[in-house]
Design a binder for this molecule. Structure first.
Ligand code: UTP
Length: 301
């Protein structure tokens, strides 16, 4: 599509309480829990930058200062590593430091829901389309999910998000879409339903936490209406926006780990570690050993 406004900014909401990871999240933001040796949030930032995003906007909250510190210099650590001759580590820390001014922060003063967190970024986003990445949802595949979503956006414009297939019986755990006509990089969205019963779900394609939205979403979020769970839901405003603007979905060809759940978080750790030259082989052997021990003890019981 020609004459499209470019997507330069990405919003990453990190203001949730992370209650599913208590007690760990009492003092550590859940976005700073590590997948192998990098915090969860780093994966979303890398994915956004690889897709061509120039500016990251974090919607943060109290007790999340560790995220700001993580994306800043650490003079004491650098001095101590330099003194110890650990130049490779110093170079690694410098390499991952974002360019000054490319990360900004705004605070959500109370965790009123994802829709409210997105609305908190309205002044920093301004009047242009923006990407939204839920950092708990970690993409795993040869290409980041947001890069594929950009392809769809370039093709059709409007509002787009990424989807994946879930087991048909699991639709009641997700936001599910109705599927319309195919386009080159995705499908038209005919419906968006929050957590439908499998008997009435329009498909088994669920939203996996990657979006490109037009700024008119902020006008709809402005009303601050509460939805499911008494939270201000993003899906409610997207449904209203769909009355006047097109929505398309991009089926992600990789796989997303829901690192907001314990199982997804542990699976992500195993999957990413398996890819590492320094860990993969030995870890595979350890896991096989653990699985066989578990089978033996279940058999003996
Ligand atoms: P989740 O609902 O998965 O996060 O929101 P949570 O509320 O922190 O998790 P639990 O259920 O208590 O364990 C998805 C994303 O939206 C952000 C979260 O930080 C997470 O990245 N979020 C959610 C906000 O920024 N503000 C909110 O009010 C709610």
């Amino acid at each position: 599509m020609t004459n499209l406004q470019p997507v330069r900014k990405a919003v990453i909401p990190v203001a949730g309480n992370g209650t599913r990871f208590l007690p760990a999240t009492k003092a550590t933001p859940k976005e700073m829990l590590t997948i192998v040796d990098r915090p969860v949030v780093q994966y979303a930032v890398d994915e956004a930058l690889q897709a061509g995003i120039e500016q990251i906007i974090f919607v943060t909250s109290r007790n999340k200062a560790a995220i700001e510190d993580y994306f800043d210099t650490s003079p004491e650590l650098t001095a101590s590593l330099t003194k110890a001759g650990k130049t490779a580590q110093v170079a690694q820390l410098e390499k991952m430091l974002p360019l000054a001014g490319t990360i900004t922060y705004t605070r959500q003063q109370a965790p009123l829901g994802l829709g409210h967190a997105v609305w908190c970024a309205r002044e920093l986003v301004g009047n242009e389309p923006f990407a939204l990445l839920l950092p708990d949802m970690v993409s795993f595949g040869p290409r980041g999910c947001m890069a594929g979503l950009m392809d769809l956006y370039q093709e059709v414009g409007g509002n787009v998000f990424a989807v994946e297939e879930c087991a048909p019986q699991d639709t009641s755990s997700y936001g599910i879409i109705g599927v319309g006509n195919r386009v080159e990089h995705g499908v038209q969205v005919t419906d968006m339903v929050e957590k439908p019963d499998p008997a009435v779900a329009p498909s088994n394609y669920y939203l996996n936490g990657r979006y490109i939205l037009q700024p008119q979403i902020f006008d709809l979020l402005e009303s601050q209406e509460r939805g499911a769970g008494n939270e201000i839901q993003l899906t409610d405003s997207m449904q209203r926006l769909a009355a006047s603007q097109p929505f398309h979905a991009h089926p992600y060809t990789g796989r997303t780990f829901d690192c907001g759940s314990k199982r997804g978080f542990i699976e992500a750790n195993v999957a990413f570690a398996m890819l590492r030259a320094d860990l993969g082989e030995e870890l595979a052997q350890s896991i096989q050993q653990l699985v066989s021990e578990r089978r033996q003890s279940a058999h003996a019981a």
